[in-house]
Design a protein around this ligand. Structure first.
Ligand code: MN
Ligand code: MN
Length: 460
């Protein structure tokens, strides 16, 4: 808290690179509004920076080599091989690239009272009332029976139509306004309005028929193809500078793409390293890190095994050593202190804009339940790394005790016996369609991650 506000600390040169960095960040957010789009954009960027897919590696791996493993187009792990033996562990940055949203159901299209709708099932923790009466876009894939994959983005180009979930007019809302906020908008009512014009000559469900005709023309798809589609409904529109002073970024999906991007950039910019650097950008965190592409999946451990093998070092025991000797920052967002809702925060332990990386010794809820509580010894080493690199950080908790809580992927990697701590960027309106972060904190997170990759464990 005594630390100076970052905006007052940065010299002219840093302010310039801060703005440049945030422009890149905004572009990344616009390119990646789903986990699949993020992976596509990350692959593009890492390949341009000299990374190779692990399966393309010929011969073995040596210090300085840069490789990635892409998993089912939804998760990705990057490695830069260090000069030290892998068995001594890696420095790992881990963020997630999935964000709360509305997913289309597998049989979504229906007609009611002259309107055509797409039925949805929300993904992740949302306040349902926030998703009505705002322009929405569809992003995703339709996979045909013959294996062809059609990429879909509707609602982002200025000429595109947008979609929405309707809200009840205020004039008839007396009863709705009495309801608890969690019931104001029901999950089954989060259906997307997609049409109102009937197909000529068709008597039954003519509006739905016309929507299907349009989908057939544009995507060569039948109604059945929704069964094998993953179509995600997200707020339409680009990331924007926020505030009259342009000190913030307003965008969809900053949890956790703000940490994904800063981790990615640190990984791309870090010079040759002693300890192998690693960056994991994963799917499914918002629903418990489950499934083949979530952090609980063995894909990451398998990737490390492959890498050990290509270094000519594989054994089951060395794999376990590599994991246990690693150090990690679970890079995920923190709840920024919001003076409009001051009663839920303990101000002495809250995260503030402009104060740098948000470090959480533990997450969880109630009596720290569900948390991986970082060790004091590890925090001491981290403090030294950050202080030596003159990186600003704040030690925080999410909110007051017993008002709620949350978790990240930290505890999953901690199961290997490695040192893990949570460190990320403070965000306002977390999980809302539009979230806000400070440009200064975004830039400082990048600096912090870079220092971590470079200097954590140096000399061990
Ligand atoms: Mn998160
Ligand atoms: Mn989240």
């Amino acid at each position: 808290m005594k630390e100076k506000n970052l905006w007052l600390k940065y010299e002219e040169e840093s302010l310039e690179s801060l703005e440049k960095f945030n422009k890149g960040y905004r572009k990344f957010l616009d390119a990646g509004k789903t986990e699949r789009e993020c992976v596509t954009e990350i692959v593009r960027q890492v390949r341009a920076a000299g990374y190779q897919e692990l399966s393309e590696v010929e011969g073995g791996l040596k210090p300085g080599d840069k490789v990635y493993v892409e998993w089912m187009h939804k998760s990705i792990a990057l490695f830069q091989i260090g000069t030290d033996a892998l068995e001594n562990g890696m420095n790992i940055l881990g963020a997630h690239i999935d964000s709360p949203r509305l997913d289309l159901k597998q049989n979504p299209l229906y007609e009611e009272s002259g309107f055509a709708y797409l039925d949805t099932h929300y993904y992740g923790g949302i306040k349902k009332y926030q998703w009505v009466a705002l322009p929405l876009a569809i992003h995703g894939v339709i996979v045909k029976k013959d294996g062809e994959t059609v990429q879909v983005v509707i609602g982002e180009d200025e000429e595109d139509p947008v979609l929405l979930v309707t809200d009840l007019l205020i004039h008839l809302s007396a009863k709705q306004l009495e309801a608890r906020a969690s019931k104001v908008i029901e999950g089954e009512n989060l259906d997307i309005l997609v049409g109102s014009r009937p197909l000529e000559g068709k008597k039954k469900e003519a509006v739905k028929a016309r929507v299907l005709q349009l989908l057939k023309e544009k995507y060569h798809m039948e109604a059945e193809d929704f069964m094998s589609a993953e179509l995600e409904i997200v707020p339409a529109g680009k990331a924007r500078d926020c505030g009259l002073d342009r000190s913030m970024i307003l965008a969809y999906g900053q949890d956790d793409r703000v940490c994904a991007y800063t981790s990615l950039m640190a990984m791309l910019d870090v010079p040759s390293v002693k300890r192998t650097s690693c960056c994991i950008l994963v799917d499914k965190e918002e629903i418990g890190s489950v499934g083949a592409t979530g952090m609980h999946s063995r894909f990451f451990e398998n990737a490390v095994a492959e890498i050990l093998n290509l270094c000519g070092e594989f054994s089951e025991l060395k794999l376990r050593h590599t994991m246990a000797n690693s150090t990690m920052i679970s890079s995920d967002v923190g709840a920024a202190y919001d003076p409009m809702y001051s009663d839920v925060y303990d101000k002495k332990s809250a995260s503030f804009f402009g104060k740098g990386l948000v470090i959480k010794k533990h997450t969880g809820s109630r009596g720290k339940s569900g948390s991986s509580d970082a060790n004091a010894e590890y925090i001491a080493r981290l403090r030294k790394v950050f202080d030596d690199a003159e990186v600003a950080f704040q030690m925080t908790e999410m909110g007051k005790i017993d008002v709620g809580g949350g978790g990240t992927i930290a505890y999953i990697l901690a199961q290997f016996g490695m040192e893990v701590i949570d460190g990320g960027v403070a965000v306002l309106c977390m999980h809302a369609p539009w979230e806000v972060a400070s440009k200064a904190d975004i830039y400082e997170a990048y600096r912090a991650y870079m220092a971590f990759l470079k200097d954590m464990g140096r000399g061990c």
